[in-house]
Ligand binder design. Structure first.
Ligand SMILES: C[S@@+](CC[C@H](N)C(=O)[O-])C[C@H]1O[C@@H](n2cnc3c(N)ncnc32)[C@H](O)[C@@H]1O
Length: 280
């Protein structure tokens, strides 16, 4: 694992060298307070770390309480050496200053050339430094979301780790998803609140209006061209959600053209084979 991570780090650094970037473009690093590790050695180690190691380093629960980092690494690895904007809804830390922005710092080292933007209902704007930008506002407010896009560019990656209230999750997705570029990745964490009434969820797993209900609709929409409904009007997400990956409490949605064409005219009305139920 270490060797693979080291190679990934080398690849990132080589990509930076090729792109002619100076070391100033790389994230800055504080020296180890124990004095045992030099600033340069720490920087080298962090750039060579995988996402789980970075989560542990900076103290985000994306690894530990949750097991999200290997999934993120699989879906986001291709962006590691790229310049793009990542927006995370929910910066974290609550009243604890030292714990604030743990995941933003993790993303900063995993994506050394990206702009990392966070939005929180509590004021974390003091975290803004270098390529990290923290905004104050509500994840369901279209004005602040538009302002972020105007100032930082349309995000290639969105991570919703905010209130986890299903109505908020749905509203942020409704506002943001159409504004994202082709190839964007939209991640929703802690979807278990769909089933928890205290968080605005429902006891009935099939209930409408939850975060997972939104996700199930997206999954149906992947096949919308096969629906045998004459008057069906494809929705925006039918046409622009290309893949939906569901994990324990985490959903990763890929944006892309989902208008491949149908084969229903040829085969939907003619059944070949047996319609008997399997025995036993
Ligand atoms: C679980 S913490 C985020 C943790 C952080 N992303 C990490 O992994 O280290 C959730 C954050 O969402 C913020 N939050 C709650 N409701 C919000 C809302 N409506 N809009 C924006 N942020 C919100 C909270 O203040 C809190 O800082």
């Amino acid at each position: 694992m270490r060797t693979t991570a080291r190679r990934a780090g080398e690849a990132v650094r080589n990509a930076a060298r090729k792109a002619g970037r100076t070391p100033q473009d790389q994230p800055t690093v504080a020296a180890d307070p124990s004095g045992e590790e030099s600033r340069a050695a720490r920087r080298e180690r962090l750039l060579a770390s995988n996402l789980t190691e970075l989560a542990v380093e900076f103290g985000t629960d994306k690894w530990g309480i949750h097991r999200y980092t290997p999934h993120y690494e699989r879906h986001l690895q291709h962006l590691r050496g790229e310049e793009f904007t990542l927006l995370e809804l929910g910066i974290g830390g609550y009243r604890k200053r030292r714990r604030s922005g743990a995941s933003m710092k993790m993303w900063r080292w995993f994506f050394p050339h990206a702009t990392i933007v966070g939005l929180d209902i509590e004021d974390k704007t003091w975290l803004t430094k270098g390529h990290i930008h923290a905004y104050l506002g509500d994840q369901t407010d279209p004005e602040i979301l538009q302002r972020i896009i105007d100032e930082q560019g349309a995000p290639m990656v969105v991570v919703d780790d905010g209130s986890h209230i299903p109505a908020h999750v749905r509203e942020s997705f409704r506002i943001l998803f159409p504004l994202l570029p082709d190839g964007a990745i939209y991640c929703i964490e802690d979807t278990q609140t769909s089933y928890w009434p205290a968080w605005g969820g429902q006891l009935d797993p099939q209930a409408r209006g939850t975060s997972m209900d939104l996700v199930k609709d997206l999954v149906d929409g992947l096949n919308h061209e096969e629906f045998l409904l004459d008057d069906y009007q494809p929705t925006y997400t039918d046409q622009w959600v290309r893949a939906v990956h569901c994990y324990h409490n985490l959903v990763i949605i890929e944006k892309g053209d989902n208008r491949e064409g149908t084969n229903r005219d040829h085969s939907a009305h003619t059944f070949h084979g047996s319609s008997e139920l399997p025995r036993g």
